[in-house]
Ligand binder design. Structure first.
Ligand SMILES: [Zn+2]
Length: 475
């Protein structure tokens, strides 16, 4: 995501809602062998009239695990909008929710308990390594009005984190971290999706998958190897289509954005191409950039194959097309999308690398040089660290909003620029390229990143990273 505020970092996002449906199993999908990735089948019907998505979901659980599972957790993030616990400034105008019912495991009724944004399903028989199970449930999503990310705006539903999302289980156990308003409090693993949508008359869908250009009332979308599946259901947006090699790059805009739509589509094409050359190939067929507001304090938001960005940002030269926000969100396709990380535990890892990627693109392609400003902002983090003890490698819950941007975005981006000074740009790009190759479709950690940097640079950069990220020793 990109934060509004701190010059350069000024804007907002959008994303929100939709669907409902009744599931009819496809023999092909059900007979698919289990694998290391979860496989979701979602059937969903969107009612524009009551802004609700109703449907049925089946998830085939991955078959690789260290320890037998006695239970399974799903995140019900939209329930954060039911009883808003955070600041009044980000409170939705109308609440939303995600209700589940008829939970079954392998066709048998299962005991399931909902608590806030979490669903715990008890397994009657523990699930051993090499074994899979099919979890299914009915669900009803009520879209909040004026929600952050998940939202309804005019004749558009922004569906973000809109279905029960399987929590991540690793050697630390289940990751059941609750929703919060600082940063992107989401963590999920690479999965495969088959989503069948029933749309109201005249609506079309823009999603994480390759989308049909023709509008029809039933749409089936398939996308493999993504961490999440976002969709925008709309009858208001207009497209500009384009391509980078074989990748379809589409920009979607509303009335009143005509003047910025073309420059932002050009920026989407040139930044996607730039990042592909520098870091490694974008692995999907399509990416959509949807212009609009995403919620309080947010300028843009990333999902696999789909990003949102505000249309314009205030700058020293007045209001300008939000080129750097589009570039930022597209860089997240590499850092967060393909190479994942636990965004709750180590948010710097995707936000820091993404901010650096954004600034590198703005520097090389647009001639903007923010390095001095960045270094000054980094100095400020030394003072903050002295006052509060907080570093750049902390969980989301440790940061207040103003400190979050400086510690998690700015300081790590300044660190990467200093690494360029130290090793040369080509070596730093080689580090990022190697990191991308090695950890694609996986979850990387700070330690993984440092290991790749050391190996690629052929020297011990530990003291450098200790100073910049953990505030150990003098910078
Ligand atoms: Zn971001």
């Amino acid at each position: 995501m990109r934060i509004r505020g701190y010059r350069g970092f000024i804007l907002a996002i959008l994303m929100a809602a939709m669907l409902t449906g009744i599931w009819s199993p496809s023999a092909e999908a059900l007979s698919q062998p289990a694998g290391e990735r979860p496989h979701y089948q979602l059937e969903a019907t969107y009612s524009a009239k009551d802004q609700t998505v109703r449907g049925h979901m089946k998830v085939r659980l991955p078959d690789r695990r260290e320890k037998a599972w006695k239970d399974v957790y799903f995140h019900l993030y939209p329930n954060a909008f039911k009883d808003w616990k955070w600041g009044a400034e980000s409170r939705p105008e109308k609440p939303g929710h995600l209700k589940v019912s008829q939970v079954k495991v392998d066709g048998e009724k299962a005991s399931a308990k909902e608590k806030g944004t979490l669903l715990r399903i008890q397994l009657d028989r523990p699930l051993a390594d090499g074994k899979t199970a099919l979890v299914e449930m009915d669900y009803e999503l009520k879209l909040p009005k004026g929600g952050t990310r998940l939202n309804v705006y005019g004749n558009t539903a922004f569906l973000a984190q809109w279905y029960p999302m399987l929590a991540v289980h690793d050697d630390e156990g289940w990751h059941t971290d609750p929703y919060t308003t600082t940063g992107d409090p989401f963590f999920s693993q690479i999965s495969d999706f088959e989503v069948t949508l029933q749309l109201p008359e005249g609506y079309q869908v823009i999603s994480s998958a390759r989308d049909p250009e023709q509008t029809s009332s039933t749409v089936t979308l398939r996308q493999e190897r993504v961490r999440d599946f976002a969709a925008v259901i709309t009858k208001d947006y207009e497209p500009i289509y384009g391509k980078v090699d074989d990748i379809r790059v589409n920009l979607w805009y509303l009335k009143g954005m005509e003047d910025v739509a073309q420059p932002l589509h050009d920026a989407a094409i040139s930044s996607l191409s730039f990042f592909g050359k520098k870091f490694g190939a974008y692995p999907y067929e399509e990416v959509d950039v949807v212009l609009g507001e995403t919620g309080y304090g947010i300028a843009g938001m990333e999902y696999p194959g789909l990003v949102t960005s505000v249309a314009r940002i205030p700058t020293r030269k007045g209001e300008q097309p939000a080129i750097n926000v589009v570039a930022h969100e597209l860089a997240h396709q590499w850092w967060y999308g393909v190479v994942g990380n636990n965004q709750v535990k180590e948010p710097w890892l995707d936000e820091g690398l993404t901010t650096f990627s954004e600034l590198l693109y703005m520097h090389e392609e647009k001639g903007e040089d923010e390095r001095e400003l960045l270094m000054r902002a980094a100095q400020r983090t030394d003072e903050i660290h002295k006052e509060k003890g907080v570093t750049s490698v902390e969980s989301l819950y440790k940061y207040s909003d103003p400190i979050y941007g400086l510690m998690v975005y700015t300081r790590p981006a300044a660190m990467m620029w200093e690494l360029v000074e130290k090793l040369g740009k080509e070596k730093v790009l080689e580090i990022l390229h190697t990191y991308y190759d090695r950890y694609q479709f996986q979850t990387a950690t700070t330690e993984d990143f440092i290991r790749v940097a050391n190996e690629t640079a052929g020297q011990d950069l530990r003291p450098f990273f200790d100073r910049w990220l953990f505030f150990k020793g003098e910078r």
